[in-house]
Design a protein around this ligand. Sequence first.
Ligand SMILES: Nc1nc2c(ncn2[C@@H]2O[C@H](COP(=O)(O)OP(=O)(O)OP(=O)(O)O)[C@@H](O)[C@H]2O)c(=O)[nH]1
Ligand SMILES: [Zn+2]
Length: 357
Amino acid sequence: MNRRAIGRDAARAIDALRRGWAVRVSAADGALRLMAVEGADAVTLADFDPAGKADILISAARGQTLKLANQIAAADPDMPVLIARAPWIDADVATAISDPVLDLASPLKGPFQARTLTAPLAAKAALRLARLAGILPAYFALDGEGDRDVDVSADAIDAYDDAVHLAIATRASLPVSASESAEIIAFRSPDEPREHVALIVGKRDSSPPVVRLHSECLTGDVLGSLKCDCGPQLHEALHQIADAPWGVLLYLRQEGRGIGLVNKLRAYAMQDQGFDTVDANVRLGFAIDARDFSVAARMLDLIGVRSVRLLTNNPQKVAGLEAAGISVAERLPIILPTNPHNERYLATKRDRTGHQL
Ligand SMILES: Nc1nc2c(ncn2[C@@H]2O[C@H](COP(=O)(O)OP(=O)(O)OP(=O)(O)O)[C@@H](O)[C@H]2O)c(=O)[nH]1
Ligand SMILES: [Zn+2]
């Protein structure tokens, strides 16, 4: 199948999951028919699963919280968990099973019984698809085929946000408060709707530009959230770039370290209950950091930048760019005063995710 057709499959599947429609995920070991727990209600569920037989597929981490992971002798700690359907598991109970934010408000009934997965590769691909769709990683799962299922392969899921498809869409001058001499460049890829942008500030010369990779943070960038350091970092970075001979700010649409706005806000709700930013992500069933910095490398490549002076405290950004072929000539720290609301977040970054703070 050609690349465009593969990309369309993943785009359709993401759209379907968010609307509560059925998707069939296939991999080398078999296939699963799935409906997102997040998109299901009594009516859509009865349509998908008239016999009430669909099991519930959840992440390994959620299985661990529910003390289910060790019911199955899985050598792989990332193996998703399949909960056998019982008559009392309806859409509301499935939501309580899936969403750790609700654990305090609705202590779970149980007991739950784990079942062996017949298509673990398809199950893992389904969980990767949940992250791309920005939904909770939890599904009603059936075997077989359905007339109206949207079909997607594990390969299509993995190719979906591949940076090689990114291209420059347009460019224009954009005076900003940090510098009147700036140009904005927008990037698009054929299937993925998120548009990344670069702001080139100052007059380009042969020296490596000062570069900031900024991951989108609606709450911090726009609303002035005090829970993180994103807003102040964004403005400080623009000023440091404006003070340099020239520089580039990449605004990457990687909200919530790549899990999307809704899931980030779920992580915030977990933080309201006492979990730190790392444990909140893990308990939701996601990686601690789901970002792929090869998209930033591709953007730099497209604008002809091969070597950078990188403004960051995060060694993973340095490693991610270098692995994708961009040389990091220098790392420049970006350290700002804390406030009482982000002290713990910054301490967690220092102590648990290797930030050099
Ligand atoms: N999942 C999740 N994402 C968060 C949380 N707090 C902030 N973020 C996201 O984290 C990203 C901010 O990361 P950056 O400031 O670009 O990078 P960094 O890893 O902190 O590294 P630096 O370059 O040193 O700032 C944004 O996408 C935010 O939306 C949180 O508690 N949970
Ligand atoms: Zn933020």
